[in-house]
Design a protein around this ligand. Sequence first.
Ligand code: IPE
Ligand code: IPE
Ligand code: MG
Length: 261
Amino acid sequence: MSDPRHIAIIMDGNGRWAKQRGLPRVAGHKAGVDALREIVRAAGDKGLEFLTLFAFSSENWSRPKSEVVELLGLLKLFIRRDLHKLHKSNVRVRIIGAREDLSGDIRGLLAEAETLTTTNSGLTLVIAFNYGARDELTRAVQKLAQQVAAGTLAPDAITPELINGALDTSSMPDPDLIIRTSGEMRLSNFLLWQAAYSEFIFAPEYWPDFKPAHLFAAMDEYRQRTRRFGGLSAEDVQDLSAQTDTVVEPEIANWRQKAVL
Ligand code: IPE
Ligand code: IPE
Ligand code: MG
């Protein structure tokens, strides 16, 4: 199969990485930023189009205040230290998640990162910060409901494409591959709508130990997968045609139309 265009990563296991070494959790988060830097560089070098990184979830506010403060500080530090280098590497930065709850200085930094890099044509680095899929969907529904209430949108005119366009990820392709590190096997409220047909890889390494070689191995595994999107693989279609000599019409639209008739 072809290369993934969009990889999304749930960077998990910083705390356990630190615990394993008898270090405070914040040491794991700092090591996590180093891992992030390397992975972004490797993804850019590989010519990946979109890399989405789950950095802070809308549920992570429930952690102890000191940890939340450290995580917010690390985001600020990362943008301050790395933005110009990212810009020079032709990386385009995009942020998804709710901005309103964030302080003015963080909002300013996020806006600066997006504005500075907006015309870059290399890797699009999407940072999911204060992101939760249910929150994103709720905000999208509110936007559409406002248009309906204003009389500028008919309820029947709401389509999956319109919903897509109201999400934080509007104009981005869905993730082809979602990787979660640290051995946990769940989505934790990440990209629920967009992950409808994503491939999943659960890597056992804690995030600070996740190296470019692991990313490349995941990309190799992805290439071995067969994606069907509810239809049949090209190979299966060929087998069927050979056996029955009937015309196979895989287009969903055709069948839908027939079912209605
Ligand atoms: C991921 O590591 C980073 C964030 C969620 C911000 P964790 O902090 O969740 O690490 P574990 O899961 O406790 O090991
Ligand atoms: C998901 O990890 C969020 C991020 C990686 C930013 P969590 O560590 O918060 O997820 P749970 O609580 O184990 O599901
Ligand atoms: Mg975790």
